[in-house]
Design a protein around this ligand. Structure first.
Ligand SMILES: C[S@@+](CC[C@H](N)C(=O)[O-])C[C@H]1O[C@@H](n2cnc3c(N)ncnc32)[C@H](O)[C@@H]1O
Length: 237
């Protein structure tokens, strides 16, 4: 099911902003080899936060659905939302090969997804919100707030810069230096450079007021020691 429609002429094109590699079928087919989304740890966390067999979950920016498939085995319903047809093709193939009957796949985005049915108990999003510039992140977060019920949770994990802007060059150089130039190793230094240059990761001190302004209360945040990643648990209030 595809539900991407550009409602206004001034609206951001979510497909064009989805990231070059995410629209590349070759990248999509390699994604699960390159990326381990730590789904067992994420699932354990979400169970501690109340996820159970009655829970409804929306995974937005689901990609190839590593988290979608893991959570589907323990919850009532999961909707996987992504703008990229090629990422969703990989996910659909995995669903077909599984016995899971409680997964819905919707080709749509943060700014366009219309949730059907009762409000979700959890909204999950990993490594996707940074595809939107900050103005659009706020609109996206406000839309996520309508997807999740009051008292429900947003789990947001993304590339979020948690350092003094004066340290930006040193911190980002150090991040890029963690990877090689060899594509056979998986992600490359060029991928990180492209992320910094062309995508919209923002500072934690900018993102956090956006989350709170969207009627979520941040209950927990874990920053990576290098200041490059942040993982939030935020409750819908
Ligand atoms: C790096 S992948 C992350 C996939 C998965 N969440 C994971 O952690 O492995 C980023 C995903 O975000 C999707 N994406 C980019 N912009 C989006 C938008 N505006 N709405 C929904 N998904 C988007 C991309 O198509 C891609 O599948």
């Amino acid at each position: 099911m595809s539900k991407i429609e550009k409602r206004y002429d001034w609206m951001l094109d979510e497909v064009k902003s989805a990231g070059r590699e995410n629209l590349d079928a070759n990248h999509a087919s390699q994604y699960d080899f390159k990326e381990d989304a730590s789904v067992m740890e994420e699932l354990a966390l979400m169970k501690r936060l109340g996820l159970n067999g009655r829970s409804e979950v929306v995974d937005i920016g689901a990609g190839t659905g590593q988290f979608t498939l893991a959570v589907a085995s323990v919850c009532a319903r999961v909707v996987a939302v992504d703008v990229s047809p090629v990422m969703l093709e990989v996910l659909k193939a995995k669903i077909s090969a599984s016995r899971l009957l409680n997964v819905e796949v919707v080709q749509s985005g943060f700014l366009t997804y219309e949730h059907q049915g009762r409000q979700a108990d959890f909204v999950y999003s990993r490594y996707a919100l940074h595809h939107l510039p900050d103005f659009w992140k706020v609109l996206a977060l406000q839309r996520l707030r309508h997807i999740v019920r009051t008292g429900g949770l947003l789990r947001l994990w993304d590339v979020v810069y948690n350092f003094n802007p004066l340290e930006a060059k040193d911190r980002l150089d150090a991040w890029c230096a963690t990877l090689s130039d060899n594509p056979e190793d998986g992600w490359t230094r060029a991928d990180l450079e492209e992320h910094i240059r062309d995508e919209h990761s923002t500072f934690a001190w900018l993102l956090e007021p956006m989350i709170e302004r969207s009627s979520f209360h941040i209950e927990n945040v874990v920053y990576s020691p290098d200041g490059i990643f942040a993982r939030y648990v935020a409750r819908a209030i």
